[in-house]
Design a protein around this ligand. Sequence first.
Ligand code: GRF
Length: 211
Amino acid sequence: MKRIVILISGRGSNMQVLLETKLDAQIVAVISNNPSARGLQFARSAGVETKLVNHRDYADRTSFDKALGDAIAAYSPDLIVLAGFMRILTEQFIKRFSGRILNIHPSLLPAFSGLDTHRRALDEGVKLHGCTVHFVTPALDHGPIVIQAAVPVLPDDDEERLAARVLQQEHVVYPQAIRWFLEGRLAIEGNHVRLSAAWRNPVPIISPLPK
Ligand code: GRF
């Protein structure tokens, strides 16, 4: 059975969905850099081993990433899932686990990489926003894209309403991307991910859609 390690820094709703989803893999550990990450409690109550590697205990990024990498490697994972993990990872760390790290980002990349994606989407007046699951490479938020979900931005949206609409889709696409990974259906070719699966209903998404 394939082994997954999940990294979180906070709420952990994506982690929670993954723990509640039937996957052909074992989630062997949830690791956090933040002792007060809310998700840790849920993971423990679900019987999953948790581990803290607090970035504040390390002098610099390199030594933190070495300790984090060693903690992860101890579980021999096939896949590392970043689920709201709020630390920028060094190139050494990413190379150590190359092709085995997935991240979810709350925007339609490459638009709105970085932080405050929902506020920035509202400020720009985009009509479609969404989320992206991608492989992690040293270029922040720019790794090969596995899957995206788009949602409409509605006229009376605020950050909270828009974030909630996006999060709902995060909880759909992340398990899907991970299933594909576990089934060996994702091939990374340069900056592209090729999916060996039939496409269903490739319909355009238009927003706003006049009546
Ligand atoms: C999500 O919006 C995810 O896209 C981003 O951080 C947030 C984490 O939420 N990377 P949660 O901790 O999974 O609830």
